[in-house]
Design a binder for this molecule. Structure first.
Ligand code: GLP
Length: 241
């Protein structure tokens, strides 16, 4: 586990974007595992910047997103497909047909999960998986509990997660109750994992996840089992490690 703490936002974002850019330079056909939430946004901005300067190309790359809300129309501003289009895909040269986000509007959600997992098996493994972390230690939308699911599946979102994500919606009632998420096993298959966290509000969960016991009550703690994890933190999020 390589934990790095940064004094300023620019350096954190540049380091994260630099890792992704060097992967693409050595392996143009890389499979990227992408994430939503506020944590990766600065890294996406830096990547767009590098692309505009001609320093990186995504033309041959493909991507798989971690998760998507169930029942939210794709064109809804808060769907993770819209988020990815706006924050990254529409500003770079990636072939949209090679960008994968689970379909949260599928009529048969279990079948959609099985197909997503199959596509990952066929086109993966993911070379680098970008991750944020929820306040309760969730990764993707794998919520804490007595057990975790390995493969891509439908999950009921915890009230605390819906509350945390309500800031992006007009009210908490609009936050979907379910999501499709890669499983923890799916995530752990990535060759490298890059987790980003910022702010005092993440300090305690970062300590639990990386200094505490490996437990399903903190899904991010399972990352301790992975041989190649890089954690980029700002000073506040890294205060307790
Ligand atoms: C959501 C996403 C997670 C993300 C988490 C943290 O629940 N499904 O993938 O890590 O939010 O979000 P933020 O980065 O905004 O703190």
């Amino acid at each position: 586990m390589n934990i790095r703490i940064f004094e300023n936002e620019e350096d954190l974002n540049a380091t994260g974007a630099g890792l992704i850019a060097s992967l693409l330079q050595t392996k143009p056909r890389a499979v990227l595992g992408l994430a939503t939430g506020s944590s990766p946004v600065g890294i996406y901005k830096q990547l767009i910047n590098l692309y505009q300067k001609g320093l990186v190309s995504f033309a041959q790359a493909s991507s798989f997103n971690l998760d998507e809300y169930v029942g939210l129309p794709v064109e809804h501003q808060e769907s993770y497909r819209s988020f990815m289009n706006e924050q990254l895909f529409h500003h770079i040269d990636i072939d949209l047909a090679k960008t994968h986000v689970p379909n949260g509007q599928a009529t048969d959600l279990d079948q959609e999960c099985a197909m997503y997992e199959q596509r990952l098996d066929d086109r993966g493994p993911v070379d680098l998986q970008l991750l944020g972390i929820g306040h309760n230690g969730h990764i993707g939308f794998n919520e804490p509990g007595n057990e975790l699911t390995g493969r891509t599946h439908v999950v009921d979102l915890k009230e605390e997660t819906r509350k945390a994500n309500a800031r992006f919606f007009a009210s908490i009632d609009e936050v979907p109750a379910q999501a499709i998420t890669m499983g923890v096993g799916t995530i752990l298959k990535a060759k490298q994992i890059l987790l980003i966290a910022r702010g005092e509000e993440k300090a305690e969960i970062i300590r639990e996840a990386f200094m505490g016991p490996i437990t399903t009550q903190c899904p991010a703690s399972l990352l301790q089992c992975h041989p190649n994890v890089v954690v980029l933190l700002d000073r506040a999020a890294g205060r307790l490690v």
